[in-house]
Design a protein around this ligand. Structure first.
Ligand code: UD1
Ligand code: CA
Length: 406
């Protein structure tokens, strides 16, 4: 086993979200929260992950079933964050390296911070290291209590704070690195002696401090990265922050986004250089857009859309599960679903693919340089040969394609 592993806590019921879906499967910009946490660990060089699941565990495991480097640990009763970590005891109690502990409801986590935490932990050779954040509104988070020398004394949960402690703005975002053996020794001794009657992971930290071991708290987490998602409001807040990160990444890579607050792009989208995304465009799912395209305003691109280069999609054009070769134009009010369009195909205003016959989805093929007149309906399955010109207002089937030619 390598010298460090991560435990990700994802078993909670999440009463505050008022949901039947496991909290960590709620999506932020198209991906479940847990996926971001897993990515951050991997990017920070941690391969082996122990993910604690409980509520809705079948759904969570199913979603990540292709990831063979995750060890799923079941916590059948949610008795607190300390109890959750304890569920790894039989797998990890004898592990001699370092263990990172992070919560699965923190999608804004970044690999850089995980790296800082690990580096600090190794440099200080501390028994435990935690990364803290300073928040304007610390409500809901565990507060970091320090002595007059600035040494960390412990973490007090929001519900257990005195009025004085409530004013502390330094909080625990739940980014920890422990010497693994000390972690499990301390967990053996914690009790559910608090307002929530839970086994707190933070109490293990207190025991390590009390035993005189070195615990370091480093203020390394930017306020926005500290955000845990406990409510629908926080889910939308996290989504907004993630959206602006995604858009920043695209703009750095040479994509123009005309009106960022009025544009939504899925985390799984790829966009080529010099493409312009016009306002009110919504891109959802695994979508690939080439270079020098113009998309929107008011375009809706869905799962499985692949655009070549120099494609122009205009107002109220919807594309789903289709590939559009270089130079395709569909400027106004089109629906293109389950179709393959050849180079420079021109789709007139309001032309659509009728891809669903009431029972099943059928495919449309449109050859290079095809011109589809405005208001035409292509009734799938259909194959429009290269160079065909379809009259405006046609209802085209594969049988009557000849009659609709200009
Ligand atoms: C926890 C911390 C708090 C910190 C905050 C940061 C403790 C006691 N408190 O509080 O100091 O400021 O996170 O967001 O650790 N979970 C389980 N099993 C359980 C309980 C929880 O897997 O039995 C998981 C949850 O699914 C969640 C994570 O642990 O992903 C944190 O639990 P949550 O109830 O959200 O803790 P907070 O009250 O936010
Ligand atoms: Ca939380």
């Amino acid at each position: 086993m390598s010298d460090k592993v991560a435990i990700i806590l994802a078993a909670g019921v999440s009463s505050r979200m008022n949901t039947k879906l496991p909290k960590v499967l709620h999506e932020v910009c198209g991906r479940p929260m847990l996926a971001y946490v897993i990515d951050a660990c991997r990017k920070a060089g941690i391969e082996k992950l122990y993910v604690i699941v409980g509520y809705g565990k079948e759904q969570v495991i199913e979603y990540f079933k292709d990831d063979k480097n995750i060890v799923w640990i079941e916590q059948n009763e949610q008795k607190g964050t300390g109890h959750a970590v304890m569920c790894c005891k039989s797998q990890l109690a004898d592990f001699a390296g370092d263990t990172l502990v992070i919560c699965g409801d923190m999608p804004l986590i970044r690999a850089e911070i995980v790296n800082t935490l690990i580096e600090k932990h190794q440099k200080e050779t501390s028994a435990a290291t935690l990364a803290t954040a300073i928040l304007d509104d610390p409500k809901g988070y565990g507060r970091i209590v320090r002595d007059s020398y600035g040494n960390i004394q412990g973490i007090v949960e929001d519900g257990d704070c005195t009025p004085m402690q409530k004013t502390i703005r330094e909080v625990n975002p739940s980014y920890y690195c422990f010497k693994n053996k000390m972690l499990f020794e301390a967990l053996d001794k914690i009790t559910p002696d608090n307002v929530k009657k839970e086994y707190y992971l933070t109490d293990a930290l207190h025991l390590i401090i009390e035993a005189g071991h070195k615990v370091v708290a480093v203020t390394a987490v930017a306020a926005e990265d500290a955000m845990g998602v406990n409510s629908r409001q926080q889910l939308s807040e996290a989504g907004k922050i993630m959206q602006s990160r995604i858009q920043d990444r695209f703009m750095k890579s040479g994509v123009t986004i005309v009106d960022p607050p009025n544009t939504w792009i899925d985390a799984r989208t790829q966009i080529g250089q010099d493409t312009v995304i016009e306002p009110f465009t919504y891109i959802h799912g695994r979508v690939k857009i080439g270079s020098a395209c113009r998309v929107g305003p008011f375009a809706y691109l869905r799962e499985g859309t692949v655009l070549g280069d120099d494609v122009v999609l205009g107002v109220f054009t919807e594309v789903k599960n289709s590939s559009l070769a270089d130079g395709v134009r569909a400027r106004h009010h089109s629906y293109i679903g389950d179709a393959k369009l050849g180079k420079n195909a021109d789709i007139g205003a309001g032309a659509i693919t009728a891809n669903f016959d009431g029972k099943k989805i059928n495919l449309t093929q449109i050859g290079d340089n095809v011109f589809i007149g405005s208001g035409s309906t292509l009734i799938a399955p259909i194959d429009v040969p290269a160079g065909t010109k379809i009259k405006p207002g046609s209802a085209v089937t594969s049988e009557n394609i000849e009659e609709n030619k200009i």
